[in-house]
Write a protein that binds this ligand. Structure first.
Ligand SMILES: *Cc1c(COP(=O)(O)O)cnc(C)c1O
Length: 399
């Protein structure tokens, strides 16, 4: 018989959101008339910007005529998009179009990037965390060291004493909504340069940053081009969770060692990997992504995010009043708060669901470091979010 990759047997049996959905479904079956308010939504809810829709309509039209038809595109993305990314997202940071790899998602890229690294690398992962980093490294059989993120270190982790080969950082953070200052990010970059480590920087929520002091890109830090790969996505920026378009930045000066001790270019290796295993994001979604950078596109996309941020701010305020010490919700669509009286997070999830019909995400689902916390997202409407927060506050008062 053939044999499987046994590393898969070490994965958690169920993906967090599958467990949440199954508990909500069981509750609905028992209480068919109960009203559910979903405050755990990890997906955008507003429609795509008109400028983006228009560009995609035109791209469809292009494909309807032999003179403008587009088949397979270049694997790393069309130049029109790579150049728009460089000019807008990396102006003044010295990133080149040849360092941008367009893809169909940051989830797949943060998972697939492991393909070009040996299984011997020791991986540092902040805890609590977006589960993809943990699961994909477990699949590859790599050793993971968890870096606790807590109130004391501003949920940005303490710089480790030991040497780690690769460290995943994500700011603004999912699930905590924490942001990182330039000083702290510099401390991580210095750590990586000192140790010849590589940082995988997930900036999927960069577009939610409003505070001018908070860095949007790790390349704002001196030396980061020698130690960091950055992941970005149009998913949360411009409502592309269903359309699919993202990109990964692999600087040309970035290298890692081969088994015989040679320094190998990671840009070339990733290019080789992508051109073999990936056939490019669709022409239509890349034209849509290009329009995110048009003058109208920029205004429209910002207005949508401003709406989410207003909801986030209201949620944070309510949780503050309820005495649950929230963080996040500023420069982020996520709010992270303490369960009342330090209740285990799945107990609080069940209690809140059963008493009020409000669904949150239990912190323990994001790792041990999430125990005693829960995540609320700002993707539901303002009115429903406020209603949910009233119900939650009343429940907390009654305990
Ligand atoms: C939503 C999200 C992404 C984006 O994933 P896509 O595959 O581009 O939709 C990446 N990282 C984190 C932490 C996210 O929450």
């Amino acid at each position: 018989m053939s044999s499987i990759n046994d590393n898969y047997l070490s994965l958690e049996q169920r993906y967090l959101f599958v467990e949440v959905a199954s508990r909500v479904a069981a509750f609905c079956q028992k209480n068919p008339s109960a009203e559910i308010i979903r405050m755990g939504i990890g997906d955008v809810t507003q429609p795509i910007a008109p400028a983006v829709a228009q560009a995609m309509h035109k791209a469809v039209e292009d494909c309807c005529h032999s003179e403008t038809f587009h088949g397979y595109g270049p694997e790393p993305g069309y130049d029109f998009l790579r150049e728009a990314i460089v000019a807008n997202d990396y102006a003044g940071l010295g990133i080149k179009a040849s360092e941008i790899f367009v893809s169909d998602g940051a989830k797949s890229d943060t998972g697939n990037i492991g393909d070009i690294f040996s299984a011997d690398n020791v991986i540092g992962i902040t805890d609590p965390v977006y589960p993809v980093y943990v699961d994909t490294n477990t699949m590859a059989g790599r050793r993971i060291v968890f870096i606790p993120c807590n109130r004391e270190n501003g949920f940005t982790g303490d710089i480790p004493e030991e040497r780690l080969d690769i460290v995943y950082l994500c700011y603004p953070n999912n699930p905590t909504g924490a942001v990182i200052t330039k000083e702290k990010l510099k401390a991580w970059v210095d750590y990586a340069l000192r140790n010849n480590s590589i940082i995988f920087y997930d900036a999927a929520y960069e577009a939610f940053i409003r505070d001018p002091k908070i860095p949007h890109s790790i390349y704002e830090i001196e030396g980061a081009k020698r130690c960091a790969i950055e992941f970005r996505s149009f998913s949360k920026t411009a409502g592309f969770t269903g359309i699919r378009c993202a990109f990964t930045v692999v600087p040309e000066e970035l290298t890692a060692l081969s088994a015989d001790g040679r320094e190998i270019s990671l840009n070339q290796l990733w290019d080789r990997r992508q051109s073999c295993k990936f056939n490019g994001a669709s022409y239509i979604s890349q034209r849509g992504a290009e329009a995110v950078y048009s003058p109208e596109g920029k205004i429209q996309v910002k207005a949508v995010i401003d709406g989410y941020l207003q909801t986030a701010s209201l949620i944070r305020e309510s949780l503050e009043k309820a005495g649950l010490n929230p963080i996040g919700g500023e420069n982020s669509p996520y709010i992270w708060a303490q369960t009342p009286g330090g209740m285990p997070s799945w107990d609080f999830f069940d209690l809140l669901l059963n008493k009020t019909g409000v669904v949150i995400t239990p912190g323990a689902g994001f790792g041990q470091g999430g125990e005693g916390y829960f995540r609320v997202t700002a993707f539901n409407t303002k009115a429903r979010s406020l209603e949910a927060m009233e119900k939650l506050t009343e429940l907390v008062k009654s305990l």
